[in-house]
Every structure is written in C-alpha cells, then in structure tokens.
Ligand binder design. Structure first.
Ligand code: NDP
Ligand code: MG
Length: 397
C-alpha cells in the first residue's frame, strides 16, 4: 500500500529555503503536498506560489496585507482559506491542515511557530536556526512533550544527522562520538584583514562564493556569525557540550560536516552546496528521494581544502561561544543584537566591523538570566533589541 501523501506547512514559502523546498515537493506529487503556504509581506510571490501549489491555506504574517492577498488570489483564480497575523502561523503549525512543518521563516520571529509545531508533535523540518539558538532547552522540552521527530535542514546539522547513529542519539558519549565538526566556507571576505573589512558593502557581503541564500544569513556567513549560531544550534539539537563542537573552514563547501569518533574515524557528508539535498533528506527520512541536485563528480572538482577559522578578524564566532558558555538566555540576547546589527549594516548605517562591536557591547551590558518560558524569552529578546538600537544611535551620532 502506498504511504499517505505528506501534508506540509511551508512557513517562509517565499524565501530561499521555501523555494528550494517547494521545488523538491513539486517533483514528488505522489508523496508531498504543500497544504499551507506562509509569507510575511511578499503578497505577489505568495499568490504566485499558491497558484502553482494550490494549498488549502495561505497565510500573510503582516495583517495589513490580508485584503491585498485576497485580491491577488482571486485575480489568479485560486480558492483557499486565508489567514493573517503572526498568530496564524502558530495556529497552522499546530493545526490539522499539516502533518509536517518546514520552519523556514528568517529570524527569532520564527520561534513561536517552531515551538508550536514541536509541541503538537508534527514532523518538524528545522531551517530557522534562530529558534534553536534562542529557545534551546524550551525547544528540546517541546519536542519531548510533542513526541514528533525533528529533522535538521541547516546543511551542517543535516549532515551530522546523516553521520550519527540514529540521527540524533540520546547520548553522544555512549555513541562513541568525540566531536562534531561544522565546516564553513569562510564567506566572501575570507583572507581579508580587519582594516580591509572597514569599507565592505552589503552587496559584497551578500555575494556568497558558494551558496545562494537570503540576505540576513548571507551577512551572517560573511561575519562568521552564521557558524556561531550553528555551533549553538548543534549543541541544542544533538545535546553536545560547547567544547565538543568545532569549526573548520572548507572553501569549496562540498563537505558539510564531520563526526569524529573516539576510535579516530571521521565520517563526513558531501554534496553540492544546494539546499535541496538536505530538504529532500528531511522530507523523505528514513527513505530517500531524488532532489534535482546533480551528482557530485569529485574527480572533476579535484581538491578539497581545509583551514582553521580566523577568529581574530571575524570575532562573531567567539562571541557565539561566549554566549553558549554563559548559557541561560544569553544566546537569545546574542541573536537579537545580531539581528539589529545586520539590519543596520544592510541599511548602510553600521559598518561591517561594527557588527561584532555592537553585539559585544550588548552582551557586556545585559547580564544573562535563566531560560524560563517563551513569554519571558520574547520580552528578553525585545530588551536586547532596544538596547542594541539605543547603542547604535549612540555609535552613529
Ligand atoms: P529569506 O530571507 O530568503 O526568506 C525568509 C522567509 O521568511 C520569507 O518567506 C519571508 O517572507 C519570511 N518572513 C520574514 N519575516 C517574517 C515574519 N515576521 N513572519 C513570517 N514570515 C516572515 O531567508 P532564507 O530562506 O535564506 O532563510 C530562512 C531560514 O533558514 C533562516 O533562519 C536561515 O538562517 C535558515 N537557513 C537558510 C539557508 C539558506 O540556504 N538560505 C541555509 C540554512 C539555514 P517575505 O518574503 O514575505 O518577506
Ligand atoms: Mg548552515
């Protein structure tokens, strides 16, 4: 008997991950259906996706755009339910229209819907790393309460999942794991000095050498904060201690992560830098489906290079380790300060080296607190943002 069609809520459908996921979904109509599509403000792109994928529900997170979405859908002859506002994402993530949730919203704003999906026991495909960074222990608890599987989409964590016994073993030491090693391309500014970074532009920062991604994560890759967030994400998803997670620069981005075992074996996952492989894996696990990604010809590629990260020039990685060691809600404060700093850099009001400076200043001025619950966390996230904006105003004037 054929397995029932998986009904997927794609939260962040209009983004880079959303687009890659829908490409894989469309290749397997017998297996997958995008039953819910959600975006923030991009009404036109959302309506176009609805015309193509015919979901049961379309959500626009900005409530002011509900009528605009209704008009666009009517113009395209699409009939589906419409919902608006941030709460609609959480309701859909926990609701009956889906059994799988792809959390692909960008930023800490994705936390509520990620937690709702986990609590409801949905099959959770996690791309929104900021949820894991900010909500850490809350996410682990929600997963235990809900009892559904978490499949990491972030390519490094998806690679770790593939190289670890059982995907996410309960006890890394018992599984013979010594270290989890995340690779980083080094971003577009690898090899530059601090002085050279003073004048780089948002367009240069967003021109990633290997991956095509949204603007926020592209800047995070350029500062190495993306890798810092991923170190925290690895600790949350795999129960690792900070000293068990290492970072290795690998400019070709073909090896996505490695697991080092106590006997000296290193297991790695390789593939083209195309998120459709990780998405197809997360969708189909424990089976495999075609993703549309070409097969990797290693003989044609020739070389794989590795080097240590330059943490003196790219200070964000060490700031993330600091937040991880301080624990409690400090990773959420780090993330909030980073989101404000990246926005300011993209808007042209903060130079690139100001990103780690601002984050460090926020961490120095706001002592961490224990991670209590989602409501307190939202409040602390806001406090860190307000502090960062106030400092930013001081830095710019
Ligand atoms: P994009 O910027 O390309 O897309 C972001 C998506 O989130 C869009 O659909 C956007 O809608 C939606 N969105 C933004 N703000 C809100 C909001 N307030 N409420 C609801 N939806 C919102 O980002 P990416 O696809 O690059 O990244 C998505 C997530 O996946 C991030 O957490 C990123 O770190 C992670 N990730 C991405 C990778 C990649 O290759 N791109 C790799 C690994 C992880 P709209 O278009 O309407 O603004
Ligand atoms: Mg990644």
């Amino acid at each position: 008997m054929n397995a029932p069609v998986q009904r997927i809520a794609v939260l962040g459908a209009t983004g880079s991950i959303g687009g890659s996921a829908l490409d894989v979904v469309a290749r397997h109509p017998d297996r997958y259906r995008a039953s819910v599509l959600a975006a923030y403000r991009n009404v036109e792109a959302l309506a176009t996706l609805c015309a193509r994928h015919r979901p049961e529900l379309a959500i626009i997170a900005d409530p002011a755009l509900e009528d605009a979405l209704a008009r666009q859908l009517a113009a395209l002859g699409v009939r589906c339910e419409i919902a608006a506002g941030p709460a609609a994402l959480e309701q859909a993530a926990a609701g009956g229209l889906c059994d799988t949730v792809l959390a692909a919203v960008v930023g800490a704003v994705g936390m509520g819907s990620t937690l709702a999906a986990a609590r409801a026991g949905k099959r959770l495909l996690l791309a929104n790393k900021e949820s894991a960074v900010c909500a850490g222990a809350l996410l682990r608890r929600a997963l235990e309460d809900g009892g559904g599987p978490l499949l990491p989409v972030d390519s490094e964590h998806n690679a770790l999942f593939q190289c670890l016994p059982g995907g996410r073993p309960a006890d890394l030491a018992a599984a013979g794991v010594r270290r989890l090693i995340l690779t980083a391309s080094g971003g577009p500014f690898r090899g530059r000095t601090r002085a050279q970074l003073a004048t780089v532009t948002p367009a240069q920062a967003c021109a990633h050498p290997n991956w095509v991604m949204g603007r926020k994560i592209s800047v995070d890759s350029a500062t190495l904060m993306n890798k810092g967030l991923e170190v925290i994400e690895a600790c949350v998803l795999f129960g690792a201690a900070p000293e068990q997670v290492a970072v290795l620069v690998h400019p070709q981005s073909l090896v996505h992560a490695l697991v080092e075992y106590v006997d000296g074996a290193l297991l790695a996952e390789l593939g083209h830098p195309d998120m459709r492989t990780a998405l197809a894996h997360a969708l189909a696990w424990p089976q495999r489906v075609e993703s549309g990604v070409p097969f990797l010809d290693l003989a044609a590629r020739g070389r794989l290079e590795f080097e240590a990260p330059d943490t003196r020039t790219f200070r964000c990685l060490d700031l993330a380790y600091r937040a991880l060691r301080e624990g409690g809600d400090v990773p959420a404060l780090l993330n909030a300060a980073n989101e404000v700093a990246v926005q300011a850099f993209l808007a042209g009001t903060l130079p690139f080296p100001g990103i780690p400076d601002l984050i460090e200043a926020v961490l120095d001025s706001l002592p961490g607190q224990p991670l209590r619950d989602a409501e307190t966390l939202v409040h602390r996230d806001l406090t860190a943002r307000m502090k960062a904006r106030a400092m930013l105003a001081g830095m710019c004037c």
